[in-house]
Design a protein around this ligand. Sequence first.
Ligand code: ZN
Ligand code: ZN
Length: 158
Amino acid sequence: MTKNIELAGSCQCGNAHYQIHSPSVVSVACHCNDCRKQSGSAFAVSLVVKSTDVTFSNNLKTWERMTDTGRRNRAWFCPDCGNRIYHQDPDAPTVVRIRAGTLDNEQIPEPMVHVFTARKVPWLTFPDHVTLFEGQPEVDQLYAALEEAAASSTKEES
Ligand SMILES: [Zn+2]
Ligand SMILES: [Zn+2]
């Protein structure tokens, strides 16, 4: 079954925006120190979307850093208000990770996968139905967990 869910998002000032055309959007929470610092909050929630399923406005600026695990992480943000919109590993360009809080409809999908749980804030507890990784999972492991989450959310909706 294919469903053309379309989601739209934008930065805080509205000058940067995007649209997602995808039958499935999977939400992942990351509890690493970088996500905490970058989001300015306790953890970050991202939507993992195929690069071909999303269109971004072309006015975004980029900044790149190396992760603890030696991967490149490039960030795209609004040049005017500085709102971070999405991240991507330039060596794995098939997916993007969009900051879920930038969605315009305020309906952030529940994260079914949590990574870097070893670094989470102590006051947060996880529901039983989510998949947890203490650190950064291998790419295969992460995609397997994401596919499982996408399959179960499709089941609930049909
Ligand atoms: Zn902006
Ligand atoms: Zn992180």
